[in-house]
Design a protein around this ligand. Sequence first.
Ligand code: ADP
Length: 244
Amino acid sequence: GEFHRDYLQVKDLRVSFDGFVAVDGVDLVVTSGDLRFLIGPNGAGKTTLIDAITGLAKATGSATFGGVELLGMPSHKIVRAAVGRTFQTASVIEELSVLQNLDIAAGMGRKSRELLRRRKTVPTEVELALETIGLTGLVNAPAGVLAHGQKQWLEIGMLLVQDARCLLLDEPVAGMSAIEREQTGELLKRIGEQRTVVVVEHDMEFLRNFANSVTVLHQGKVLAEGTVAEVQADPKVIEVYLGE
Ligand code: ADP
């Protein structure tokens, strides 16, 4: 296949909390265009893995994006390395408009200076992000009035204007309505076409509809990896999920 410069490569990643090993030697490669889902029982280490890659949990091993080592980097540098993540609870600023939220996010990213120079109109990057997340018509609405799903989309838009090419999304469809989930799935597919995207999500029907590939974590280790059909048929995966 085609060579991808934009790939996330995790090698022998380990995170422990006071001797408890939450992530236990994880290897992972995700290329751009591969919409990867990360599943596993509660406590498997999914969030901690994302925390480690984005500098929020102390880890050993290696995590690179586009060849740049992320471990040990402060958060603002990780943003500049084009890696971004969302949290289970959307962290938009409710009092500010959709546009202002995007502007602030853009200011934290790699293009801040460029954007500030062209401040008179809505920058193209912001327009494109608004289109992608389907919030063009709500550009001046306070983020606080957005529906739950729209807040998650805004948060994804904030990563897009930061020029994130590697997006790590922690349960983006949790608490969404069926329609919002469907729309989010389509959004993830679009974003995943040209970016490296890892999505934490449990719902198997959602995975069947939208996942390109799946990594299953269990007790901090990679238990299985493959297509949705492959991991669903894997006896090790079945055992772990039946044992829950
Ligand atoms: P998942 O996202 O797969 O549900 P987590 O990554 O949240 O799992 O947690 C993995 C394990 O690490 C769990 O046993 C959890 O209790 C533990 N853990 C996570 N964060 C901390 C922390 N800050 N301190 C101590 N233990 C933690």
